[in-house]
Ligand binder design. Structure first.
Ligand code: CUK
Ligand code: CUA
Length: 671
């Protein structure tokens, strides 16, 4: 219902009316005909002509970003199985960039022949027969300092293939993809510790660690779960696999993880489902009639994994690991002996786990339970201290639910993920209700804590939600984005595959009310999580700092082609081309080689002007680069096809862009 105007909305409409009157008065000497189409003079007519409600008008005013002005926030959203990261300005919800990560992306020249990029893709496929050219991105993690986003790096996981990518936010480009050597897929990644010392990657579907074969009949003995903690070397801007380690876990399906912060810093929390260890419908076994969706949620409880990361890192550093595929893994028995791992019972089939801004509580939602369950870190520590636990069948201590739970709040059906604001509220997505619940945190946050404040409908089937800086130690509040899986009838029809729907919500007012501001269809993937950072924390380069800069190494390449040193040189059948690019020509414009030559083609865009990007598109050889101002790159290939190939610039860079072309002549061997 959009009919009831609040006092605030009436005021806004009145103000608009006054502005319209003033504008009309100022322009009264001009002719009166088309004011509604052209200027501010006719805003009340526009409102009427377009049938806007008061809510529509306030929503428009809150989200409109005048041409040439910049958004206050930037949202980094996973691109789901599109394999990329989406960068969106907020509150305008304008898509600003799609960062190529696990999937080649031709506009950025990402993955179309550049040698350094080939190495990144190869590292991301280490140990596999087939090179991977897609990923299922779920959880982006901005690097943090002291628990706050610092705007320097972004990590994102590939659920499908158990990988983590590192993106440098100086140029918004992917620098590294690490393949988890012991896991097939992941899910509890990526999450960073408060100073980004570690990047957490929790597992998902149990499997023998290291990729060995084992029959599903031996699930309990041979299948395992895992969590991997990757060491991040901030100086190098890369994850350091040699300083990283993993922990063997029972073959429950670990799901989301989160890092402790402030009072809980040094610990990590991962929930899990399928503690039942269901193995799927077995066509050969008439007794096994349980499909996964029944078998994996048959029991009343699953387990949150409480992991002492600091102690685990010490155990790993002191050699308390075994080697799986050359990767150090702390065996489950060691974790139990060294008191690194505890379980907390969770309501059945939990999904999210989110640590409150101060680190005091862990919030878990059960997909099949209408409550959020809030655990107290202090109580967990006290229960561990007190000792005397039960264990699960693998010997892992299970703390008693009543000893560690702080509160439960009934929020609605299908609760999944939780975010926080600056008013002491938490926001939980309700998948089945297609709504967001706002509820109050207790303890140090609010006196009226642990109760539902209100809900707002979203459209539809919300998965994650993201609030402005909503998972840091100091959330900003103000805005929340619902990341909805279904859009149903909300947009013009585009065939049976519908876009997903991001909805911007104003959460700035306390109390039960929240306002839906904007729908943003996403037609390029199924996004999962997103993080929203204050835009002024980002300080990306506008051009590469020096001509001849190699984004792969993030430094100047002394061998990058320079003006006056361009040319084609031959050594046997190895041909090297040194080329510069500037508006509007390639130097050289003619490259004459022979069929069978091995070609190394070095290119430098010598421009230092903002936005003066050139493309390098070589037909027939699947080569396509985007060279930003100052950038150098190298492609290598064998000239297997003879003929005439006109390489050209694919960025419309100048009035004479069409003339930015050259010929590669490949003379046939016996011609
Ligand atoms: S999961 Cu997507 S809706 Cu991978 Cu975080 Cu919950
Ligand atoms: Cu350079 Cu078009």
């Amino acid at each position: 219902m959009r009919s009831r105007f609040t006092a605030r909305q009436r005021a806004v409409v009145a103000i608009i009316g006054i502005i319209a009157l003033l504008a009309a008065a100022c322009s009264s000497d001009s002719d009166d005909s088309d004011s509604s189409a052209n200027g501010s003079a006719g805003s009340d007519e526009i409102i009427e002509a377009r049938g806007f409600s008061a809510d529509d008008v306030t929503a428009a005013l809150k989200t409109y970003q005048p041409s040439g002005t910049h958004d206050d926030y930037m949202m980094f959203a996973s691109g789901g199985h599109g394999g990329q990261v989406l960068v969106i300005g907020m509150p305008s919800m304008r898509l600003l960039r799609v960062i190529g990560v696990f999937t080649p992306e031709p506009w950025q020249g990402w993955g179309y022949g550049e040698v350094g990029q080939k190495e990144i893709f190869a590292e991301g496929s280490e140990g596999l027969e087939e090179e991977l050219t897609w990923g299922d991105t779920h959880h982006p993690a901005l690097s943090e300092t002291g628990g706050d986003y610092d705007g320097e790096f972004l990590f994102i996981n590939d659920k499908a293939n158990a990988r983590i990518a590192t993106i440098d936010l100086r140029d918004f480009e992917t620098k590294q993809i690490v393949k988890n050597p012991i896991a097939v897929n992941d899910h509890g990644g990526s999450f960073v510790t408060p100073d980004s010392e570690w990047v957490i990657e929790g597992g998902q579907y149990g499997a023998p660690l290291g990729g060995e074969y084992a029959d599903l009949d031996s699930y309990e003995s041979d299948y395992r779960g895992m969590v991997t903690v990757w060491k991040f070397d901030r100086e190098a801007g890369r994850i350091d696999p040699d300083a990283s380690f993993a922990m063997e876990l029972p073959p429950y399906w670990q799901d989301l993880c989160d890092a402790g912060k402030l009072v809980s810093e040094g610990w990590i929390f991962c929930n899990s489902f399928n503690v039942e260890m269901a193995t799927g419908l077995d066509p050969d076994d008439p007794d096994n009639t349980e499909v996964f969706e029944a078998g994996a949620s048959a029991g009343e409880n699953d387990y949150m994994h409480v992991i002492n990361l600091e102690a685990a890192a010490e155990v790993a550093a002191n050699g308390g690991t075994t080697d799986i595929n050359g990767f150090p893994v702390i065996p489950l028995d060691t974790s139990i002996q060294e008191e690194l791992l505890y379980f907390l019972p969770e309501p059945k089939s939990p999904h999210g786990v989110d640590v409150t801004p101060g680190g005091e509580y862990m919030v878990v939602s059960g997909k099949l339970d209408p409550h959020v369950t809030i655990y107290s870190f202090e109580k967990v520590m006290a229960a561990i201290e007190a000792g005397g636990f039960d264990t699960d069948e693998f010997g892992v201590p299970v703390l008693a639910f009543d000893d560690v739970v702080e509160a439960q709040v009934e929020v609605g059906l299908g609760p999944l993920h939780t975010q926080f604001d600056d008013n002491g509220y938490a926001y939980t997505s309700l998948f089945l209700d297609s709504a967001v619940a706002r509820w109050s945190l207790g303890g140090p946050y609010r006196d009226d804590g642990w109760k539902l404040e209100g809900t707002i409908e979203v459209h539809y089937n919300i998965g994650h939600l993201a609030a402005a800086e909503g998972d840091t130690v100091s959330p900003d509040g103000g805005y929340l984005v619902a990341l909805n899986k279904w859009s149903s009838e909300r947009f013009a029809k585009v065939g049976p595959l519908l876009p997903q729907n991001f909805q911007l919500i104003d959460i700035s007012e306390e109390g039960p009310d929240m306002q839906l501001l904007y729908d943003m269809p996403i037609g390029i993937g199924e996004p999962h999580y997103a993080q929203i950072i204050k835009a002024d924390k980002l300080d990306p380069w506008e051009i590469y700092p020096e001509v001849g800069f190699d984004p792969g190494k993030m430094e100047v390449d002394p061998d990058a082609p320079k003006v006056g040193e361009e040319g084609v040189t031959r050594d046997g059948n190895n041909v090297t081309i040194d080329m510069t690019l500037v508006r509007s020509h390639f130097t050289p414009e003619r490259v004459e080689i022979k069929e069978g030559d091995h070609v190394t083609w070095n290119l430098t865009n010598i421009e230092q002007s903002l936005d003066a990007t050139h493309g390098f598109s070589l037909p027939g050889y699947n080569i396509n680069l985007s060279l930003e101002p100052g950038e150098t790159a190298t492609v290598e290939f064998d000239a297997v096809d003879s003929g005439v190939f006109s390489y050209y610039c694919s960025e419309f860079c100048s009035a004479l862009h069409l003339e930015m072309v050259g010929y590669m002549l490949v003379e046939p061997q016996d011609g």
